[in-house]
Ligand binder design. Structure first.
Ligand code: FAD
Length: 342
């Protein structure tokens, strides 16, 4: 029988202390990801440090001159339903509302959502070789397995698992950051854009965070954007992970795009910002042609095989559609969907 320790942290300092004391500790927030992976035998922590009592101090959604601050223990449902988040940081509410199910959104937290692990079937099957789960054992997907729903961007010869979450994609587009306290008690800020890692030689390292790091809050800078939106394409319209997702934040002046950020989910090993496409669009008036050009740039360097070829085409259309819709060109966006004629 495996021994599992269970501890309840009273506050952030207590949680940091517990995480920094002895090996094998893992944070337990809503538990919707952690318990799932333990049941599957994918992870086997020695101690769970439950942090739900931190809700007293770290679940509030606050607004100030610098923007919004969302406590890491706020639930996905609380953030998605907040009127100011819905009205001003629309992509965040849209991403959360299209995530998981209402039951999961009621239990799952913002910190846990950002750190969810890939849904790659081989990672979740404890019997299959997987470099992310057990470094050096190989990649079952690349070695003759099914690849159809996996990443086509940011991959490495060791791993093509895609990042499954929605929220981090929207937060990256809005230039958000997180506050993290380390096991040593020191606080630091990490841009959400820089939080996740491409697999490279170390697919087992999903993020830049260390073992004892605790996320305390996410910060959305005061609005620089005229509008933001999140488009998710999936197998069914609810309760499914993204095959492709696109978050767009745009600043428009007299019809011209003076600034924008485009971030992809579903297609890549991490929420992926498309700087080349952003450069191509900045300063210009948006039309079908420009959206198509930007979409093609986003997918430059995509690694596709016969199974995943559809994701490149789906990605191209989703990006163009998201850009046009965010720019107020609804009719042109429909043309992309129904005719592919661009
Ligand atoms: P936990 O399960 O408690 O923790 C998850 C991970 O984060 C663990 O490694 C934990 O140690 C760590 N962690 C938690 N909080 C912190 C913190 N404050 N600081 C540092 N580390 C922390 N997500 C989507 O985005 N889109 C979807 O469509 C979607 N569909 C889903 C469908 C199903 C059936 C399920 C089970 C999940 C789905 N999810 C989806 C994932 C779900 O959103 C996550 O499981 C959930 O957000 C995790 O939050 P949690 O509070 O339960 O985290």
């Amino acid at each position: 029988m495996t021994h599992l320790g269970f501890e309840r942290a009273a506050d952030a300092a207590d949680a940091s202390h517990r995480l920094g004391t002895g090996p094998g500790a893992q944070i337990l927030a809503g538990g919707t990801g952690t318990v799932d992976l333990m049941r599957l035998g994918v992870t086997a922590p020695e101690r769970l440090v439950e942090i739900l009592d931190l809700r007293a101090e770290h679940a509030a959604i606050l607004f100030g001159r610098a923007g919004a601050s969302i406590g890491a223990l706020a639930t996905m449902a609380e953030v998605a339903a907040h009127p100011a988040i819905r009205a001003r940081w629309t992509a965040v509410a849209e991403a959360l509302n299209q995530s998981a199910s209402p039951q999961i959104r009621n239990a799952a937290t913002i910190g846990g959502n950002l750190l969810q692990r890939t849904r790659c079937a081989y990672f979740r099957d404890a019997a299959s070789p997987c470099n992310k789960r057990r470094p050096g054992t190989g990649c079952s997907a690349l070695e003759g397995g099914l690849t159809w729903d996996l990443a086509i961007l940011g991959t490495s010869p060791h791993c093509i698992a895609n990042y499954p979450g929605d929220l981090a994609v929207a937060l990256s587009a809005l230039d958000a950051s997180i506050t993290v306290v380390g096991a040593d008690g020191n606080w630091r800020s990490v841009a959400v854009e820089d939080l996740h890692r491409e697999p490279g030689e170390r697919p087992d390292l999903d993020t830049v965070l260390g073992a004892g790091d605790l996320i305390l809050a996410a910060h959305l800078p005061e609005l620089h954007w005229s509008r933001s939106s999140y488009l998710k394409v999936r197998d069914r319209e609810s309760y499914a992970f993204a095959l492709v997702s696109v978050a767009v934040a745009l600043r428009l002046e007299e019809g011209r795009i003076v600034d924008l950020r485009i971030v992809l989910g579903g297609l890549a090993t991490k929420p992926l910002r498309c700087r080349a496409a952003e450069e191509a669009v900045r300063g210009r008036s948006l039309d079908l042609h420009l959206a198509a050009q930007a979409a093609a740039l986003c997918l430059e360097g995509a690694q596709v095989d016969a199974e995943r070829a559809f994701k490149a085409e789906q990605g191209r259309r989703a990006i163009a559609r998201a850009l046009l819709a965010a720019g107020g060109h609804e009719k042109a966006a429909c043309r992309v969907v129904f005719r592919g004629g661009f």
